[in-house]
Design a protein around this ligand. Structure first.
Ligand SMILES: NC(=O)c1ccc[n+]([C@@H]2O[C@H](COP(=O)([O-])OP(=O)(O)OC[C@H]3O[C@@H](n4cnc5c(N)ncnc54)[C@H](OP(=O)(O)O)[C@@H]3O)[C@@H](O)[C@H]2O)c1
Length: 293
């Protein structure tokens, strides 16, 4: 097995964290692409690129992640989140490559009050969640050699995310309102990137260690968005802004977001021997890292 890894959607949060980490793994050969270089919704482009580059692994970080925007752009959301994963899976099957695809906690309806396992029934309540679930199903329909990792509440120093937004808002305002009735697990994109590289290395070293299927990966622990915001400001040392808890109906939205979307990570930890940091430790790492502020 070669050690070539094709990363799609590499200009996003997760892709950028893989770019940063790849320097620590000189034995792995990464090919980073984003939509301008490889549009994963274009089957011909994917097939030509795959044939030319012959990767052993494809890590699909590309997605339509604008949850509000997806409600008005159903076609594009489905194209990127549902049809493109099928194209990638089919191409991986043709080339004998392993697909590692990333999905979301929004495949669940949030009516549970205990962490969701991979076997729990899905029931998305948004276009984004439905399109991501459809993507999972399409992958499963064309290949057995896939790993789908569902994650939640991703943040990093890159792109648009809650942590960056809260810090920016708090620098400008003395009060911000944040919803306190949605519970989930904040996840540092760098930790997820590390997990993906770990799985790849373990598979290269011992292909029988590769366990296909759906897995849940988030940082350990859970909080409401409001509690998460308070912790962000505390770690960032911003004391001039008060965080006020409000209920979701304070911010009318087309999207019905899950009230509780904590994912049970037992399966990925035991299947691949992966340790997962606590959400607060990772948040501290992210905010105090040199380039964040
Ligand atoms: N962000 C979260 O809170 C969250 C939570 C749970 C799960 N996830 C999942 O985690 C994964 C990574 O998320 P992320 O936050 O890193 O996403 P992101 O920052 O939004 O990055 C996605 C990247 O995909 C690119 N892309 C869009 N359409 C494409 C296409 N047709 N071909 C190639 N690239 C394309 C985007 O380019 P443009 O910016 O130019 O469109 C962007 O660079 C996604 O699968 C997402 O669904 C994210």
């Amino acid at each position: 097995m070669n050690s070539k890894i094709l990363v799609t959607g590499a200009n996003g949060q997760l892709g950028n964290e893989l770019r940063r980490l790849c320097k620590n793994f000189p034995g792995l050969e990464f090919i980073f692409t984003d939509v301008d270089m490889l549009d994963i919704t274009n089957p011909d482009a994917v097939s030509v690129f795959m044939e030319a580059s012959k990767p052993a692994f494809v890590v699909n970080c590309a997605a339509f992640t604008d949850v509000e925007g997806a409600e008005d752009n159903v076609k594009q959301a489905r194209k990127v989140n549902s049809l493109a994963p099928q194209v990638l899976a089919a191409s991986c099957a043709m080339q004998g490559a392993f697909l590692i695809h990333v999905s979301t906690d929004y495949v669940f309806d949030g009516m549970s009050n205990v962490p969701y396992t991979e076997n729990d029934a899905t029931n998305p309540t948004s276009v984004y969640g439905s399109s991501k679930l459809e993507g999972e199903e399409k992958i499963k329909s064309v290949s057995d050699d896939y790993i789908i990792i569902r994650t939640s509440w991703l943040y990093s120093e890159y792109g648009s995310n809650f942590t960056r937004k809260i810090i920016a808002l708090a620098r400008d305002k003395d009060k911000i309102e944040v919803v306190d009735d949605q519970i989930g697990s904040p996840t540092y994109a760098r930790d997820l990137a590390n997990c993906i590289i770990d799985i790849i290395i373990k598979t290269i070293l011992n292909p029988v260690a590769y366990v296909p299927g759906i897995f849940h990966y988030t940082n350990q622990g859970s909080r409401s968005w409001c509690e998460f915001a308070k912790e962000i400001l505390q770690i960032a040392g911003i004391t001039t802004c008060e965080v006020i808890p409000v209920t979701s109906d304070r911010f009318p939205s087309k999207v019905k977001r899950p009230k509780y979307s904590v994912l049970d990570t037992t399966k990925i930890r035991t299947s691949f021997g992966i340790g997962i940091p606590n959400w607060r430790d990772s948040l501290k790492d992210c905010i105090t890292s040199a380039n964040f502020k």
